[in-house]
Write a protein that binds this ligand. Sequence first.
Ligand SMILES: Cc1cc2nc3c(=O)[nH]c(=O)nc-3n(C[C@H](O)[C@H](O)[C@H](O)COP(=O)(O)O)c2cc1C
Length: 340
Amino acid sequence: MDFCGIRVDSPFFLAPMAAITSLPFRLMCRNQGAGLVITEQINATQIARNPDPFTNNEFFTVKTAPEERPVGVQLFGAVEKDFIAAVDAVERNFELVNINCGCPSHKEVSIGAGAALLKEPSKIAGIVRTIKGVSSRPVTAKIRLGWEENRSVAIAREIERAGADAIMVHGRTATQGYSGIADWDAIRKVREAVSVPVVANGDANSGAKALQMLEATMCDFGMIGRAAMTNPYIFREARELLENCAEWKASPSDKISGFFDYLGACERHDMVKLSDLKLKAVQFTKGIDFTKQVRVQLQAAGDVATVKRILAGFLQETLPRAQSHPTRSIHNMPRAAKSV
Ligand SMILES: Cc1cc2nc3c(=O)[nH]c(=O)nc-3n(C[C@H](O)[C@H](O)[C@H](O)COP(=O)(O)O)c2cc1C
């Protein structure tokens, strides 16, 4: 399947999320079937001031790896010349450039970036035009429906006229934050108004919901954010439904293996952080009928080796025993089986 000239193997993409969509997390989501992944938002002005962000540890957010491709970089800012320098510095490692025009947080809005750009779509158009003038990569913009009111059709048309290759639309206004429900009907209207691909986004919190989002918006592509944080397996769920009409859910061993994949990526890319690993161990294994003891042990773990030992023990010892006694809850297993 083609998206802006990029070969993608699924229409379901990982949405950019600050402090979440790190390189190991993106690799995890690609392994679970996401068709395209995008970095978290990165400050274009800060990159513009740095001659080589890839060798500067401060810019770990631009770190990428060949095995996660296709991967996009998301930039935020308000100054056109900074986007030129930033794109020049980073585009060689990415397949796509994305401009953040939807983040409502103070850090972005106070400098006229993120969702503030929705108040002046001509500024978004200017940034798109400027980047198109210097970049060989597809240039895309991620918007919300508007600042306070839904002006998405007019905004998207202006972005398209400026030469954008695709538009991602989160179906809420900036002032809505995350309240209410994403307006898929509004996204469909954008889809009908422009001829570039529109990527639908907002509230796809299960594989089935992701398919419903494509159907309701008539978009060929969809983006998943929050649900992937605790369920990165959602990409496979959605693909199985789409490609094979099959309901697939990650089993306890899939989830624990998924955690070890994530840990492996952290180790390979020198991005191991105990607090993050403990959080991911809990998030990626959500829904597993753990013994209370396992959760307590995970929370108390003082090093990475202990986190590994707890989950490996559960996977190799407790889980097979529980599965060989399917009528017996893990909570009722004999004490020896509970300990990991
Ligand atoms: C923790 C968090 C961080 C986010 N950071 C970004 C970001 O860096 N850039 C961006 O365009 N959107 C960001 N978003 C918005 C998401 O990309 C997405 O548009 C939004 O969560 C709606 O999709 P969902 O309902 O699938 O979560 C963030 C959302 C969350 C929850």
